[in-house]
Design a protein around this ligand. Sequence first.
Ligand SMILES: [Zn+2]
Length: 150
Amino acid sequence: MPEVTSQQPAIDGWFATDSTTDGAARPHLIGSKCPVCGTYVFPPRENNCPNPGCASDTLESVALSTRGKLWSYTENRYPPPPPYPAADPFEPFAIAAVELADEGIIVLGKVVGGTLAADLKVGMEMELTTMPLFTDDDGVQRIVHAWKVA
Ligand SMILES: [Zn+2]
């Protein structure tokens, strides 16, 4: 594995990280909200409200809740096929579907290492964080949003 020289989001524009007065970095997801009917969308996009009863073609960028309740989860015990990156050696990981506290939409994400399905229970309070997904050949560590037990 190449040496890590910098960190970049795996996908631009899905989350932002604020530094706080206590020095901790607090990530939040970036979603979209329809200004007409209030429907939320994640991943973010600029147009095409998904509400079939709404004709709005403009969505506004919004910061989403950093907490929510665990709605469902699973555990991935096999590495994904190429071209998807997988740790070598492969370590099983959990995937959580979390219902955001204020928006009510469900956001999928990996669960931080060390937390597997046996540690999870529907209804648990979850909190957004970030984690490395892989390091590319140029030493850029690619970061994704992830969930941890709050
Ligand atoms: Zn709408």
